[in-house]
Design a protein. Structure first.
Length: 298
């Protein structure tokens, strides 16, 4: 049996770390949203993430001038992958069920593969498609086991699903489009400057909630969630994600996104005592099988 190239194991371990952090972060966010506004949470964690990234960038690489053409590309990347993604996902989650959103987000590898293939930047093989489809099927099984599947019970739910779909496509565009810039700039620089471009738009939607929040009443645990989410889920994970795109391509990177729902239900079991169902475990195995097929040597 073919196995992943040994030299790429560190990259895949890095992506596994990203998936674990994102999956666990969803549970922490769910708990935190019980004591504060999701918009306020998002506005503060994104600002913290930018502060962390800027600190890393200035310490490790310093500030360097960038040609106008690349600066415009970075701005576009930030508007799509940070501003549009965050606005679409937060707006969509307010209108649809979390289960719908999780299933729709599982299409990100599909969009990434389509975009990378159509642009001619990556060769999307039948084996890669098989792995992507299997990982999506595994996520669908996880969602179905707890909620009965996708629900379109109202017009607002349909609009919410469309917004979440727009967020999935936005993240796929960000993932695929970043590869060109990553040929010339470090993952740290690309992640930082893209967030610099996207954060002002995010603040337009979140600052009213930030200013109306009584921060002196926010519990210590919620602050911990903000720090974890901003530092690890955004700042560090964005660097690792971009590094993986450079090393293994957008499509193979994106498929690791589908491990996150598996981590979420495992974390929820231990942290908030949500039950685990047999179909969830089966779905998790299918997701991992899909990822394994995707990363095997060509």
């Amino acid at each position: 049996m073919q196995t992943p190239a040994p030299k790429l194991f560190p990259v895949y371990l890095m992506l596994l770390f990203v998936a674990v952090v994102w999956g666990a972060n969803l549970v922490l966010m769910k708990i935190t949203f019980g004591v504060m506004s999701p918009l306020a949470f998002n506005g503060v964690r994104m600002a913290l993430a930018l502060a962390v990234l800027l600190g890393f960038l200035l310490i490790r690489e310093g500030w360097q001038p960038i040609p106008m053409n690349d600066a415009l590309k970075l701005a576009g990347l930030g508007l799509v992958g940070n501003a549009a993604f965050q606005v679409f996902i937060i707006s969509g989650l307010n209108l649809t069920r979390p289960e719908n959103a999780a299933l729709i987000q599982a299409t990100i590898p599909v969009w990434a593969a389509l975009l990378a293939g159509l642009a001619g930047w990556e060769k999307i093989t039948p084996r890669l498609w098989t792995g992507i489809i299997l990982s999506f099927a595994g996520v669908a099984l996880v969602i179905y086991s707890t909620s009965g599947g996708l629900s379109l019970d109202s017009g607002s739910a349909i609009l919410g699903d469309l917004l979440v779909l727009a967020s999935a496509i936005s993240w796929a565009i960000y993932t695929v489009s970043s590869k060109d810039l990553l040929q010339r700039y470090s993952p740290l620089r690309v992640s930082t400057l893209a967030l610099c471009a996207g954060l002002p738009v995010i603040w337009i939607f979140t600052l009213p909630a930030v200013f109306s929040t009584h921060w002196d009443e926010v519990p210590l645990g919620a602050w911990g969630s903000i720090i974890f989410s901003g530092t690890f889920s955004i700042a560090i994970n964005y660097i690792l994600w971009s590094t993986a795109v450079l090393k293994v391509g957008a499509a193979r990177t994106a498929v690791f996104q589908n491990i996150s729902p598996v981590i979420t239900f495992i974390t929820a079991y231990f942290v908030i005592q949500e039950p685990i169902f047999l179909l969830q475990l089966a779905g998790g195995v299918v997701v991992l099988l899909g990822v394994w097929i995707t990363i095997r040597q060509r």
